[in-house]
Design a protein around this ligand. Sequence first.
Ligand code: SER
Length: 314
Amino acid sequence: MKNILVTGAFGQIGSELVPALQNAYGEKSVVALGNTHIPHDFTGIVEMGRLPDAQLLNTLVKKYKIDTIFHLVSLLSAKGEIDPALTWHVNMQSLRDVLDIAVTHKLRVFWPSSIAAFGPTTPRTSTPQRTILEPTTMYGVTKTAGELLCQYYHLKYEVDVRSVRYPGIISYKAEPGGGTTDYAVAIYYEALKQGKYMCYLKSDTMLPMMYMDDAVRATLELMHAPDDALTVRTSYNLAAVSFTPAQLTHEIQKHIPLTVSYAPDHRQAIADSWPQSIDDSVARVDWGWKHAYDVPLLTHTMIRELRKKFSITR
Ligand code: SER
């Protein structure tokens, strides 16, 4: 990886993956492509644009002699249900464009899949690597279809494309937008600002989650893994922790006062269609994946960092 393009560079994951890539490869080696939420203190190469746009991708790949693309652009699960046609168009067309350009220019690709690739017919606990994939959200449909497309381009055109099925990701830098797992980020903001939170999922809704540092490290470790170690070219199961809103509330209450009320909405059905815990043993064997953050550590870190971010002293 010498010259890297990150699409969706200022989204939840991009906001932390881009600095990690800049640290590892140098600021001049990373091109951040985005269209909104560019932080005022961002330093590095920025290109503005909205995907899908094959011509723009082609231009950037040539301009910066790109050899690797981290293609993070995506509409998420809850937002995706507002405009399923747009979700299909943005998520699938942009992935196809990236894979086609990868064939032409012999690029390596990272593309994120998600626990949303699973559905209500998938075994819900310790969900295996290879299992039933019948998602019921358009976001999930694009993840399942996208996984198969990645594998197809690998088999047919030898594209070195790698992927993980991220669980819900918890982070403090950029807020997520339009996901179902986002309560596990919002609850920290509201706990610190108001001491109370109205949760849109039921108190006992167990979902797989991961702290951002683990997610970024997993991404880089997968991209550094030797080619012949990889046995999965759809997308690797990836796990860290699983908890319910009630359990997370209890953990936060050890640090700060918090009252949570529950008003489940349309996102409850989405959460109910996803696994509660993930078996990621194939990732652990193939490329040595091991998470570092448990729920106490991620809670401690979130509260410490958000206090700094909002200059909260209590
Ligand atoms: N965090 C995502 C969502 O909730 C799942 O990939 O949509």
